[in-house]
Design a binder for this molecule. Sequence first.
Ligand SMILES: [Zn+2]
Length: 506
Amino acid sequence: MAYRVLVAQFMHETNTFSKLSTTLEDYRKRWLIEGADMVPHFTGTKNEVGGYIDSAKKYGWEPVWALAANATPSGKLTRECWETIRDKILAATRAAGKLDGICLSLHGAMVTETEDDAEGALIEALRGIVGPDVPIATTLDLHANATERMARNANALVSFRTYPHIDGYERAVQAAALVQEAMAGHRKPRCLLVQPAMLEGAEHGRTTAPGLMRDLLAIADAAEKEPGINVVSIQVGFTWSDIPYTGPSIAVSHEPGAEKRAREIAAGLIDEMWKRRDEGAKSNYRPVADGVAAARAGAKGGKGPLVLADGTDNPGGGGYNDTTPVLQALLDAGIEDVAFGTIFDPGTVQQAMKAGVGAEIEVSLGGHTDPSMGLPVKATAAVKMLSDGTFRNDGPMNAGVETVMGPTAVLRIGGIDVVTISNRIQTIDRQVFLSQGIDPATKNVVVVKSVQHFRAAYEPIAREVIVVDSGGICSPDISRLKFTRLRRPIWPLDGINEPYAGKRPA
Ligand SMILES: [Zn+2]
């Protein structure tokens, strides 16, 4: 008889320092897809849901498609938003009758008005419905602020091993394989989690260059091959969250007899992270002026654009997507042949739509969410193109997945084409420009609102990449963040001399 497996996705990376609440409308803008509609929407895509769809086929499961929900990172979920989506998943679980397994796609850093550990609460509620013996596995983002409650109620936490995150599909396939083994009785996975007294670790988990994160992953890969060890996941944490659980952690899914070894593996990884903690503390951000100087210098024999990443206004980390210092600096310097993606400004998009393609309009662009981070840009803009802002990602990240920027206008200001949008999105895919009639590969300068994910698609075409600090809310300078609810003491805010601050786990 086919195994009945419930599949659900509920994603959010919550920046609790954002002034914006996350609402149901924010999910509808990205995706909020119920029931079997998940299948046509994600079949063939390279995200976690795509991985579960293929796995269900491979194992001949009788899948129960609960819901897939994802919203661009921003502030805490409203109580209504959290409870509505949570309750839909729980209702689908209750309505499913007897289930043999559950496969989830969660982020691990979701915070709501009422829950600091939303994923822990969700998995615990699911466990309460299906009882202790039904295997539950979830994928997590590498930037999860994972908790013991998540580990205690799941049988495995399977975190991304790439940043940019290009392995969501593979991690779902891995989680599904373990659920299959557990349902067949070949494994009895349990999960434990160890979290050190660290706010940050492993340089936010970047895997594009050799370094600590790659070394940690190599240790984890080797440990996963040991008998009795199912999954070894490294979460580096999401810093911009003022909750007790912020920071790196290690989750190990193991067989019942291998708990001691699982704890040794976790401790070994944390010791390495602690020993090399200063490697991760270095910032690769440069002043906006450095980016402008490099733009002014132009191409020196190298082909392709200079890619300026506005890392501190990264919508993928809760940035407002409308800060203006980089745009204003490029305009002031008279830099030409620039593609700028993106500025969130639905009001200006509406103004452009009323005026029509070819019109010239006086704009007050961006800078509306928090003018203390840069005032709106006042300029004359030519309306070059108007569209509904919908495209499919080329990848490699989230290949095939639809992105909806909402009503979109390409505005030419001086020598800069600004992709002006109505839904906040991180610039991870080249289609942000290509779908708007702009080929970023042919530009002198390309500006992206992203801190690291853009590298997967843009490094191959870039002559140089510079990440700038424009003073947005995703600043790497943690002294600018006012934490009041963190567990203390914690490195690097407090003077501690070992990774558990005297509270070594059992
Ligand atoms: Zn992430």
